[in-house]
Design a protein around this ligand. Structure first.
Ligand SMILES: Cc1cc2nc3c(=O)[nH]c(=O)nc-3n(C[C@H](O)[C@H](O)[C@H](O)COP(=O)(O)OP(=O)(O)OC[C@H]3O[C@@H](n4cnc5c(N)ncnc54)[C@H](O)[C@@H]3O)c2cc1C
Length: 340
C-alpha cells in the first residue's frame, strides 16, 4: 500500500502541473495514468502540432510542453504509475483508498481527478476469440519491439501507428500490413515508404482486407482475412497487432459516487472540490459556468485545488501564501541553487 498526500489521476498537462503546485507547498503526490506514457492528449493526439496559447510561450508542441512540465517537477521525484487505470475509490476513515486495475492500492486524504475526457483505450478486434489471445499473440501497443525479432507479424490499420510500426518491424521481422482501404490515413511520407518497402520485398501489404478469423490453440497460429467481395486469404503468423486508434471512456470515474453532468464533474470554483470532500476535479474533466477546455484553465484549477488539499493533508499546519520569486523554502523544494 502506498501512502501519499495526494493521488493525482491523469498524467495529462493539467495533472503534471498540479504536481508542481502540490510540491511547492510541500505536498507529496503519486500519479496514475492508464496510458503507457506521460502527457495525456498532448502526447497521444497531437505530439508535434504547435500550441500557441500557453502563457509566456510563443509556440510549443504537445511533446515539448510535456517535457518542460516534467522538467519543472523533476526535483519532486514523483512516481508515475503508467499503464494503470484507477478502478475503485472508497472512503476509509480520514483517507481515500484507491485501487487500480493491477490491484495497486493507494491511501490518501486527497484525490485530484485530472482525467481529461476519460481513460484512453485502444479500439480492439471485434472477433469473439480476440480477447482470449490478448497479450498472448494479439497486441494493441508495443512495449518491446525485440519480442518480434525474426517472427511473423500481421499489422492491422492504416494510420500513423500502423505505418510506423510496419516500417520499423520490417527491418527485423516478416511483416504483413493489412488495411481495409487501399489508401492509408497516416502521413503521406510513411505511406510512400511502406509502398517502396513492398516493392523491394521487405514488407507485404494486403489492401483492402479485414480480419475475419483468428486460429490457434494456446497462441495465435493463423489468421484469415477477407476483402469486400468475400475473397479470403489465410496467413500464418506469430503475432497480430491492431492499431485502430483510441477511444476515450469515462470508465470507472462514473462509479465513484461523484456528481456528473454530461460526463463531466461539476466543481466548486473556490477550490475545485467535487461533491465529495477531498476529491477535486481539474482540467477537461471538470465543469462549471464558463469553463474553457484549455490547458491554461487547467493550470489555474490545479493551483487552487492544491492549496485546498493542504488542509486535509496537514490539518495541524497553516498554509502560508508565498511567491516563488522570493520564497527560499519554495526554491529549496524546487532544487534551485543561488550563487549569491
Ligand atoms: C487536436 C487537439 C488540439 C488541441 N490544441 C490545444 C491548444 O492549442 N491549446 C490548448 O490550451 N488546448 C488544446 N487542446 C486541448 C488540450 O489538449 C486539453 O485541454 C488538455 O489536454 C486537457 O488536459 P488534462 O490534463 O485535463 O487531460 P488529458 O490531457 O485528457 O489527460 C487525462 C489523462 O487522464 C488519464 N485517465 C483518465 N481516466 C483515468 C483513470 N481512471 N485511471 C488512470 N488514468 C486515467 C487519461 O489516460 C489521460 O492520459 C487540444 C486538443 C486536441 C485534441
Amino acid at each position: 500500500m502506498i501512502k501519499t498526500d495526494v493521488l493525482v489521476i491523469g498524467a495529462g498537462p493539467v495533472g503534471i502541473f498540479a504536481v508542481h503546485q502540490l510540491g511547492i507547498i510541500g505536498l507529496k503526490a503519486e500519479v496514475v495514468d492508464n496510458l503507457d506514457k506521460i502527457g495525456g492528449q498532448c502526447i497521444e493526439l497531437y505530439p508535434d502540432k504547435p500550441i500557441y496559447d500557453i502563457p509566456g510561450l510563443t509556440e510549443c508542441t504537445g511533446k515539448s510542453l510535456t517535457k518542460n512540465l516534467l522538467d519543472q517537477i523533476k526535483n519532486f521525484k514523483t512516481n508515475f504509475h503508467l499503464n494503470e487505470r484507477v478502478e475503485e475509490v472508497v472512503k476509509e476513515k480520514d483517507n481515500w483508498k484507491i485501487t487500480t486495475n493491477k490491484k495497486k492500492i493507494f491511501l490518501a486524504p486527497n484525490i485530484i481527478v485530472a482525467g481529461g475526457v476519460g481513460a484512453f483505450e485502444p479500439r480492439k478486434f471485434l472477433l469473439k476469440n480476440a480477447e482470449k489471445f490478448e497479450n498472448n499473440g494479439i497486441f494493441y501497443s508495443i512495449k518491446d519491439k525485440n519480442l518480434f525479432k525474426n517472427k511473423k507479424v500481421c499489422i492491422f490499420g492504416g494510420g500513423d501507428s500502423a505505418l510506423d510500426w510496419a516500417i520499423e518491424l520490417s527491418k527485423f521481422a516478416e511483416v504483413t500490413l493489412v488495411h481495409r482501404r487501399h489508401e492509408f490515413r497516416g502521413a503521406e511520407h510513411s505511406g510512400k515508404i511502406a509502398r517502396k518497402f513492398e516493392k523491394e520485398g521487405k514488407l507485404k501489404i494486403k489492401t483492402p482486407f479485414q480480419i475475419s478469423s483468428i486460429e490457434g490453440q494456446d497462441k495465435v497460429s493463423e489468421i484469415t482475412i477477407k476483402d469486400d467481395y468475400g475473397k479470403t486469404e489465410k496467413i500464418t503468423t506469430d503475432y497480430v497487432l491492431g492499431f485502430f486508434g483510441l477511444i476515450m471512456k469515462l470508465g470507472p470515474i462514473a462509479e465513484w459516487g461523484l456528481n456528473l453532468e454530461k460526463k463531466h464533474i461539476p466543481v466548486n470554483t473556490e477550490n475545485f472540490q467535487t461533491n465529495k470532500e477531498g476529491i477535486f476535479a481539474i482540467g477537461d474533466i471538470c465543469t462549471y459556468p464558463g469553463k474553457l477546455k484549455l490547458i491554461l484553465s487547467g493550470f489555474h484549477e490545479g493551483a487552487l485545488a492544491a492549496r485546498a488539499c493542504f488542509k486535509l493533508a496537514k490539518p495541524n499546519e497553516k498554509y502560508r501564501f508565498e511567491f516563488t520569486t522570493t520564497s527560499k523554502s519554495i526554491q529549496e523544494k524546487l532544487g534551485i541553487k543561488k550563487s549569491d
